[in-house]
Design a binder for this molecule. Structure first.
Ligand code: ADP
Length: 270
């Protein structure tokens, strides 16, 4: 038995007239499914050879003594490129999971503790650059959602803030209650982004400066992952930036995703 998909839309005109559209999107949905399956299978198949390569290269580099400098340089380059491929495959697998798994289990997320962890990871990442990482949590609301997805969204924003801003500048991570929900935001004092790039930043593989992004170990998928992970929490990503001054990436969560500490105590204590 074949499954079919129909898209229904209703348009209402002034005097109570209505136009109902029924569109058969079965073929379109099947093609989208095939695209997702292909990316998932290809990424999955690439994972094992890349892991094997990475393991051997790491062993050779750690246990071989007195390597000739050109060989050591070539091995280091191979090691870095293999790491890039591993990151890319992991990000592709994460994106396909976000596309295809629709029934994630919700947990109560204590955002300040996530933020502290993200800040600690970022400090490690920028160890030689000495970024000043500031945490500003003014809401004791928890978030109802998927831990791994919210962690990915936050980590990508913090990773970018550190990567695209010069040594010694400040990165601020904040969590605030607003009238309609709450905002998790990451602000940097980095290079900023020209306005015309902003609407395209969350597209897969879109980069302002592809060379720079690869040099920093980016995959070009971080903001696409963040946007998808947020959409699954009915949240959206707002991007404000000024060239030469810095950027703020804000995740706007609706009220329906917030949990008061009392709710966490009574509804999520197990
Ligand atoms: P990448 O892996 O290239 O960082 P992302 O999807 O995370 O991919 O980001 C897309 C592009 O957006 C980056 O290549 C970079 O040009 C730009 N970008 C993202 N975050 C920032 C930031 N905080 N400051 C300046 N540019 C940024």
């Amino acid at each position: 038995q074949q499954q079919g998909f129909i898209q229904i839309s209703l348009t209402v005109y002034g005097e109570g007239e209505r136009l109902l559209f029924l569109r058969d999107v079965t073929r379109l949905t099947q093609l989208e499914q095939m695209r997702q399956d292909f990316v998932a299978n290809a990424s999955h198949e690439l994972k094992t050879p890349i892991t094997v390569l990475k393991g051997h290269l790491e062993n050779i580099l750690s246990f071989s003594e007195n390597l000739a400098p050109p060989i050591e340089k070539a091995l280091n380059t191979m090691n870095n490129q293999t790491l890039r491929m591993a990151n890319l495959v992991n990000d592709l697998l994460l994106l396909t999971r976000l596309d295809s798994e629709h029934n994630q289990t919700d947990h109560a997320i204590n955002l300040p503790s996530f933020i502290e962890q993200a800040a600690a990871d970022a400090s490690e990442l920028s160890a030689s650059q000495n970024h000043n990482i500031v945490i500003d949590c003014q809401s004791d609301y928890w978030l109802r959602g998927s831990r791994s997805e919210v962690r990915s969204a936050l980590n990508n924003l913090v990773f970018n803030a550190v990567n695209y801003s010069p040594a010694g500048t400040t990165v601020t991570i904040s969590w605030h209650k607003t009238k309609r929900g709450a905002v998790l935001s990451v602000t940097d004092e980095g290079e900023g982004i020209e306005q015309h790039h902003i609407p395209r930043l969350t597209e897969r593989f879109y980069r302002v400066d592809p060379g720079r992004s690869s040099e920093q170990g980016g995959t070009g998928l971080g903001l696409a992952i963040t946007k998808h992970a947020l959409a699954r929490h009915e949240a959206r990503l707002d991007i404000r930036s000024e060239k030469g001054k810095g950027s703020t990436f804000s995740c706007m969560f609706p009220e329906s995703r917030l949990l008061s500490p009392e709710q966490v105590e009574t509804e999520y204590s197990n």
